[in-house]
Design a protein around this ligand. Structure first.
Ligand SMILES: [Zn+2]
Length: 72
């Protein structure tokens, strides 16, 4: 199941959520229960280039995967 990154407008913080791709655009609540969230775009396309092309830094300054995998 893919991991998606969401941002809570109330906490002004990011959180990750494992959910089916078909539900990736569905509204969700942050860990604190706020519903004012939006999904952040993640660089899943970078996974298909076999690592030969340097990854562009994510807008947040973190890794595209959110640091939850060994892609870096
Ligand atoms: Zn929140």
């Amino acid at each position: 199941m893919p991991t998606y990154v969401y941002r809570c407008a109330t906490c002004d913080d990011d959180f990750e959520l494992d959910r089916p791709m078909s539900q990736s655009s569905e509204p969700t609540a942050c860990p604190s229960g706020h519903t004012k969230t939006m999904r952040k775009l993640t660089a899943f396309t970078s996974m298909s280039n076999n690592g030969t092309t340097p990854l562009k830094a994510a807008p947040s300054g973190g890794m595209p995967c959110g640091g939850s995998c060994a892609c870096h």
